[in-house]
Write a protein that binds this ligand. Structure first.
Ligand code: TNX
Length: 506
């Protein structure tokens, strides 16, 4: 009798083991974006079951990341892991390991009973968690939550992986910015540049010049609702971004693109008269009065207050399209502004036109339009962030049939956003001159979060991969299939992405 029971249990057990094997488990089949440095599949799988343990090594840094992983696993699978500080088998463990020398690097070893995450620092753990989450999403269509086994090794190619949001042409709430941060952090971006001022709006409270936000912040393109961040709001954004390893770079665009400031304070105008607030979309018509001393008092106050609430190293001073500032005045304005930025212990960053001024290896130039400016910047020793408008401008229409956005630089379909290489973009600008890449979203035509998502996704996934992954993985014909499989993750996060016909969506 007993032997029959035993045999039937054995048969049932074998049957179920057989079922499990029918779940494909191939780590190299997971559609990682950005692609890790190396992925080695070993053909078995780790199964996520109720009471999964997530262990952190007692170093403080691992705890937050263990919590994050647990919350996300619960959201994806419905199983709530137990997070604890012990070590025994059948668990996911996280620890900082200084033996991993590359900055922000990590390794994930996935075995049947144990997943071990090691990283060079806490950001590395954060990136590892997001890679592992992509591997978990792989099994969303199967009837068990499995993570295919193997070894992943990873490290970023560029240290600067950015996006820019123009909150001046249209204003977006703190919550919108937080969602934007969540969405880009999942793809290992680590910079969010906020374009905080332009002709149409001033979006940050400056206590010593309160009318900037009161008057200058009161409107937006098309007379749409304005708004501004109080310094407390801004600090909240900075802290939220920092919890996702994203550095905020604030931009005050000067000396052009300043109508909102000029309308708020007549003394900043050469004729002492304040212009009307502006709600159109033309560029290049405004300038601060570069030979008035009060202008530099203004610049100093604004940069001082911004520097005090910005922990990151950069202050972006714009400097683009100052078409009504005489060239000599422009150059002396940028030089003086640079001194001011340095006096507040920050590094000046600006659009590529600032290469005309006396910049050097302490400054960062953001290439968007003119090759000769990028080359000049490099000749002067500056580092360059690449934002080629024909490839990464997220406000460009996908094609002539998509209605949001502009097309002055190009129509940028999902393939065109992806098929370019930083190191061969501009003659004379080589890998070592490049700090990284950044994708700007200008918002003349963009008014809400749904529209932001439509313009940003999926193009920014390609940019994230260009910024992070080794060149050898940058192949559109392979990438488009990974992107296609990735759609279910975009859907789960309810991202309103553009369903390009060039991608074989599943
Ligand atoms: C150019 S890019 C601008 C922005 C506009 C954008 C629209 C740059 C530095 N200046 O002021 O919003 O085109 O695509």
């Amino acid at each position: 009798m007993k032997i029959y029971n035993f045999l039937s249990i054995l048969v049932i057990a074998l049957f179920f083991m057989g079922c499990k094997k029918s779940i494909p488990a191939d780590l190299s089949d997971v559609s990682f974006i950005p692609h890790p440095l190396s992925v080695e599949a070993t053909g078995t799988a780790f199964e996520i079951k109720p009471k999964l343990l997530i262990e952190y090594n007692s170093d403080q840094n691992s705890i937050d990341q263990a919590d994050l992983l647990s919350k996300q696993i619960f959201e994806i699978s419905g199983f709530e892991p137990v997070v604890q500080d012990v070590s025994n088998g059948n668990s996911i463990s996280l620890e900082i390991d200084q033996a991993l020398s590359a900055n922000d690097s990590y390794e994930i070893s996935i075995e049947e009973n144990q997943i071990a995450i090691k990283a060079n620092n806490e950001a590395g753990l954060f990136y590892a968690v997001h890679t592992l989450l992509q591997a978990i999403e792989y099994s969303a269509d199967f009837d068990a939550w499995i993570i295919p086994s193997g070894l992943i090794k990873d490290a970023p190619k560029f240290e600067y992986r950015g996006a820019m949001l123009d909150v001046a042409r249209h204003f977006f709430s703190v919550n919108d910015v937080k969602r934007f941060i969540d969405l880009i952090a999942a793809y290992k971006l680590n910079v969010l540049h906020l374009h905080l001022s332009d002709d149409q709006g001033w979006r940050i409270e400056i206590k010593s010049w309160p009318k900037l936000s009161e008057i200058g912040g009161s409107t937006a393109v098309d007379g749409d609702m304005g708004g501004y961040y109080s310094q407390e709001d801004y600090k909240e954004i900075v802290a939220y971004a920092s919890s996702k390893f994203i550095t905020i770079i604030p931009e005050i665009d000067m000396p052009g693109h300043t109508n909102a400031a000029l309308a708020s304070y007549p003394e900043l105008n050469c004729n002492g008269k304040a212009p009307e607030l502006y709600t159109g979309t033309k560029v290049g018509f405004s300038t601060l009065c570069t030979d008035k001393e009060i202008t530099y008092q203004f610049v100093d106050d604004v940069i001082r207050e911004l520097a005090e609430i910005t922990p990151g190293p950069y202050i972006h001073i714009g400097g683009d399209e100052s078409h009504v500032t005489a060239k000599d005045d422009y150059i002396s304005f940028i030089n003086r502004t640079n001194e001011i930025v340095k006096s507040h212990n920050k590094t000046m960053m600006g659009w590529d036109e600032i290469a005309l001024a006396d910049i050097d290896s302490n400054d960062v130039v953001q290439y968007w339009a003119k090759d000769e400016n990028a080359t000049l910047a490099v000749e002067k020793g500056a580092k360059v962030v690449l934002s080629p408008s024909k490839r990464v401008y997220l406000d460009m229409q996908y094609d002539s049939t998509t209605h949001l956005g502009l097309h002055w630089a190009a129509y940028i379909e999902v393939d065109s956003a992806y098929i370019w290489s930083p190191k061969s973009l501009v003659d004379g600008v080589n890998k070592d001159d490049i700090l990284g890449i950044e994708s700007p979203l200008w918002t003349e035509t963009i008014t809400n979060m749904e529209e932001i998502e439509y313009m940003v996704f999926p193009r920014i996934l390609g940019h994230a991969e260009i910024a992070w992954s080794d060149e050898k993985y940058l192949d559109w014909d392979l990438y488009k299939h990974r992107l296609a499989k990735h759609a279910k993750q975009l859907k789960r996060k309810e991202i309103n992405y553009y369903p390009s016909k060039l991608v074989p969506w599943k």
